[in-house]
Design a protein around this ligand. Structure first.
Ligand SMILES: *Cc1c(COP(=O)(O)O)cnc(C)c1O
Length: 416
């Protein structure tokens, strides 16, 4: 889905100049607010709140303080020496796996929690698919003394039982969603319904850089700390920017957070890696930008996986965190103007990247993050001696049940 050259050039210039989202919450043709009338006042209130608080010195100071003392930021930048030798390129890892609760999601959760407090919310609602955002939300709310209700599809609650337990231990109420597809899509709908019932007393903590304006902007701003840190750390440790920056893309929050500070750097190539699942047929993957078409899902116009009648499709990925049929609108724009190249990695490729990083560097990556490693290995093959920076979005401990069934299953490995 590429734009005409002139239009594309203008969009890219606007993008680099930081003009998106515009006053209507759009990233070029994407984004906006495609929601029922009843949601508009709540979203307008939130947008006003974001404008009023997010960039004040007091908010930024509180946010920074929580990131340093509770989340554990800045997260390390690690040179992957043995992997570099194997791949023939210099590989650096931005270690979001070291952040509290095991992934980048906590940056967003604590930031939105601080915003909820400032807006006078008495309770927080959140949606969760695999449970990672639910855990981050529950932890952030506990930290700030905010009651937290997490909507989770009944199917997901069964698949992700340990995370349900974690959320409950962190004091959150987990509400099973039995409507719709009984997974993440239905959980988002339910959380939105709850929010509309009391938009002033309730704050909706959305988990990725998607949904109606102002969420894609808000989440980007809160996650942009990843790229700001990584950029400064690369300059300090390596003396130069990387040749390429690579992140995995589900809804798009770790990727947009990592990319944002690098988008204006013309020398830095940027690659997003989506879930290629078990194949390229509709329903076999979650590669939204690679295989999707424009449409509206969860309040924004973006790319999504749909059939010829516009029916949103079921997706498949071995990594639960990438298993979503939509993607944040800013990624749709970055793809359209060609600033970021999006590709996909299959389940099998991701699994073998988990093994390789674990054995080479003593780091067990999340299955989601392993998709970025696949992209990095591919890039290294065609750019010997180059420098690649990978956003390692999370740690793989949560994936042990899947890894037991795959990499550690009988016969999965010679001599096992
Ligand atoms: C949730 C998750 C993702 C995908 O979400 P984005 O919003 O695309 O970042 C990626 N990696 C990990 C470890 C996650 O938990």
């Amino acid at each position: 889905m590429n734009a005409a050259p002139d239009e594309s050039r203008q969009l890219l210039a606007d993008l680099i100049a930081g003009r998106f989202p515009d006053a209507r919450g759009r990233f070029g043709p994407y984004g906006g607010r495609y929601v029922p009338e009843t949601l508009i006042p709540a979203l307008e209130g939130l947008a006003r709140g974001v404008e009023e608080h997010l960039h004040t010195p007091q908010f930024q100071q509180d946010f920074k303080q929580q990131l340093q003392s509770w989340v554990g930021r800045p997260t390390a930048l690690t040179f992957a020496a043995r992997l570099s030798q194997r791949w023939g390129a210099r590989v650096w890892l931005k270690r979001e796996d070291l952040a509290h609760t095991g992934a980048h999601k906590i940056n967003n959760a604590i930031g939105q929690g601080l915003l909820a407090q400032r807006l006078g919310a008495r309770r927080v609602v959140a949606e969760t698919g695999a449970g990672q955002h639910g855990v981050a939300s529950a932890a952030a709310c506990a930290r700030l003394g905010l009651p937290c209700v997490v909507y989770m599809g009944a199917v997901d609650m069964e698949r992700q039982a340990p995370n349900v337990g974690r959320m409950r231990l962190l004091g959150a109420q987990v509400v099973p969603v039995t409507s719709g597809d009984r997974t993440l899509r239905a959980a988002i709908d339910e959380a939105l319904r709850d929010w509309v019932a009391d938009p002033l007393g309730t704050y909706y903590m959305l988990g990725s850089a998607l949904g109606p304006h102002p969420y894609p902007y808000l989440v980007r701003e809160l996650q942009a700390v990843i790229g700001r840190e990584a950029r400064a750390q690369m300059l300090a440790a390596h003396g130069a920017l990387p040749d390429v920056l690579i992140a995995c893309v589900g809804g798009g929050s770790n990727a947009i957070g990592a990319f944002h500070a690098f988008v204006p750097d013309p020398s830095v190539e940027i690659i997003g890696v989506e879930a290629g699942g078990r194949g390229t047929a509709l329903g076999d993957n979650a590669a939204t930008i690679v295989g999707g078409r424009p449409g509206v899902l969860h309040g924004a116009y973006s790319l999504l996986l749909q059939d010829n009648d516009g029916q949103v499709q079921e997706t498949h990925s071995v990594s639960a965190g990438l298993d979503y049929p939509g993607v944040g609108p800013e990624h749709a724009l970055l793809a359209r103007v060609g600033r970021v190249r999006y590709e996909s990695a299959t389940d099998t490729e991701a699994l073998s990247a988990v093994r390789e990083l674990s054995e080479c560097e003593g780091i067990l990556p999340a299955l989601e993050s392993a998709h970025a490693l696949v992209g990095a290995q591919r890039w290294a093959r065609s750019h010997p001696g180059g420098t690649v920076l990978v956003c390692l979005s999370g740690r793989g401990d949560k994936d042990m049940p899947t890894l037991q069934e795959t990499l550690l299953a009988d016969g999965a490995r010679e001599g096992a």
